[in-house]
Write a protein that binds this ligand. Structure first.
Ligand SMILES: NC(=O)c1ccc[n+]([C@@H]2O[C@H](COP(=O)([O-])OP(=O)(O)OC[C@H]3O[C@@H](n4cnc5c(N)ncnc54)[C@H](OP(=O)(O)O)[C@@H]3O)[C@@H](O)[C@H]2O)c1
Length: 188
């Protein structure tokens, strides 16, 4: 059964990027640059179960500005991705990217079909993950909580989801990170 999972790293105070849209605070944590660490192993294990993914345009442009199409292909390979934007963005023809806009429900349907039994990864940002939660289409939130506070930036999940909707199902240290998994119940 396909699960829709918001899997992201976050600061301890709930930001996924700093006020300058930078992830340097995350990338400078040594554990991330070494493929042999538990952190990297956990990311590979998650990724192996993913059959489709989506992201907002800020995240897309962050990846493209930094890594370009080659970096995208290294990271995502053949995996089909959907990018939410109101603008006319373009992608290298080798990238399996579909640009979409508006309601997340039909996009979720297309991603479920493409995932063929594997999971859907909502890469971020927080507002997009919130749109999936609003529609009752988010099954899990999986966090790598970095030992960092930022004081501001792009919010992890700018929604009010109370304890009746979030249930902690896993919590363990992974290198310097706290790995937390929550199941998300649909809105009533
Ligand atoms: N810590 C991590 O692991 C992690 C993970 C993911 C991302 N990030 C970073 O966190 C930041 C995320 O930024 P963010 O939360 O501001 O943005 P985001 O979700 O990446 O992008 C926001 C943009 O997505 C588009 N969008 C969202 N919902 C839409 C919809 N339903 N229909 C059409 N377009 C829609 C809009 O783009 P248009 O303006 O183009 O219309 C909106 O401005 C980035 O810097 C990213 O690199 C960090």
């Amino acid at each position: 059964v396909t699960k829709t999972q918001y899997y992201t790293a976050t600061s301890l105070d709930g930001f996924i990027a700093d006020p300058d849209n930078s992830l340097d605070w995350l990338l400078e944590i040594d554990d991330l640059s070494d493929a042999a660490t538990d952190t990297a192993k956990q990311a590979r294990k998650f990724f192996a179960q993913v059959g489709a993914f989506c992201m907002g345009s800020t995240t897309y442009e962050w990846v493209m500005d930094r890594e370009g199409p080659e970096g995208w292909l290294r990271a995502y390979g053949d995996l089909p991705g959907w990018v939410f934007t109101h603008r006319n963005l373009t992608a290298d023809p080798r990238m399996k990217v579909t640009f979409v806009s508006g309601d997340v429900a039909p996009v979720h349907e297309a991603m479920t079909a493409a995932a063929a039994g594997r999971n859907i990864w909502v890469v971020g940002g927080g507002e997009l993950a919130g749109q999936f939660a609003d529609a009752g289409l988010l099954d899990e939130i999986i966090l790598s909580v970095a030992p960092v506070t930022l004081g501001g930036g792009a919010p992890l999940l700018p929604r009010r989801l109370l304890a009746n909707r979030l249930r902690l199902t896993q919590a363990e240290p992974t290198g310097p990170f706290a790995s937390l998994t929550y199941t998300v119940a649909s809105p009533d």
